[in-house]
Design a protein around this ligand. Sequence first.
Ligand SMILES: *[C@@H]1O[C@H](CO)[C@@H](O)[C@H](O)[C@H]1NC(C)=O
Ligand SMILES: *[C@@H]1O[C@H](CO)[C@@H](O)[C@H](O)[C@H]1NC(C)=O
Ligand SMILES: *[C@@H]1O[C@H](CO)[C@@H](O)[C@H](O)[C@H]1NC(C)=O
Ligand SMILES: *[C@@H]1O[C@H](CO)[C@@H](O)[C@H](O)[C@H]1NC(C)=O
Length: 286
Amino acid sequence: MKCFVILCVLAITYAKHIVKDKEEKKPVCEGIKVHGKIHEEKVLINGINRPYQLSYYKKNSTDHILYFSYNVGLQNESTFMIGYAEAGYPVPKPVTAVKNGFATALNHKEEIIYLGGSEGIYVRNLTEPAESAKTHHLIPNHDIWDIFYKHSLYFIAFPSRRLYKVHSHLETEKVELIHEKLYQFVIDGDGDTFISNKTGLYMIRKDSHHRIHMKGATVFRAFEVNRKGVAYFCGQNEVYVADKEKHSLVEIATIKNIFGLTFDEDDNMIYSDPHQIVKLLPIDCK
Ligand SMILES: *[C@@H]1O[C@H](CO)[C@@H](O)[C@H](O)[C@H]1NC(C)=O
Ligand SMILES: *[C@@H]1O[C@H](CO)[C@@H](O)[C@H](O)[C@H]1NC(C)=O
Ligand SMILES: *[C@@H]1O[C@H](CO)[C@@H](O)[C@H](O)[C@H]1NC(C)=O
Ligand SMILES: *[C@@H]1O[C@H](CO)[C@@H](O)[C@H](O)[C@H]1NC(C)=O
């Protein structure tokens, strides 16, 4: 069961977080350090259960929309669903058309969002008002573990955890060059691929098949590429970028119990933990 695997990865650290809900307001110039710089936390959505797989789209100067998966099961169970929340309306609205919705990915160029669940991949047009936007069933007959978009749509199927590529007429093809059973997959701005499996993280340079093991963390919850094409890797309590020359990971932020990560239009980090979705904004400290 996919739910069972997810439960194992996510639920372990869940319990100890509950007591930390009512944190005191932090004095200025304390916060989370990102790339060595202090950031303040701006809570976008609060009171949701294990938000995961975040995608952020900016509509105009005042409106944004966040898509994510979240848990609608009992505390001891994992039943995922995809929802969205718009600026100023922090209560998630479910996308009920997507059965067991779990994965999200944005195609910025076409301004559409892909949503994956147990019955395939669905698509929604982000330029239409979210209330009335239609949810089209794009790719049937696959249980979706993860989705990634760069020039083409890729997905990891479940339970095989093999990588597939979607071609222009929507035929799906297993990517033979990636034979691993994957947890996560991204291609960064240089065209280098990163994959993770049970053993850890590997880099496959553009035009190469050679797997380079990246030293450091081995358990990840999210991979995400920012607007500049830099790949970010979320461990359980930290965010990393790759040092591609030294074949290792560099920790750029410590965030307790991080579940998901995405970026806004200015590449500010947006992360989730077991209860909330938070944006990190740099503050000037003298
Ligand atoms: C942004 O878009 C929303 C509709 O999604 C509209 O109601 C709002 O007026 C727009 N704001 C601006 C500043 O254009
Ligand atoms: C979750 O808890 C409920 C009520 O305590 C119980 O009935 C159910 O079997 C539990 N589910 C799992 C997966 O442990
Ligand atoms: C999304 O909707 C807009 C407005 O209705 C339309 O112009 C655009 O072509 C649509 N995009 C896609 C990818 O279908
Ligand atoms: C993960 O992938 C690497 C690189 O292909 C491989 O050496 C390793 O055996 C794989 N781990 C598992 C558990 O399959």
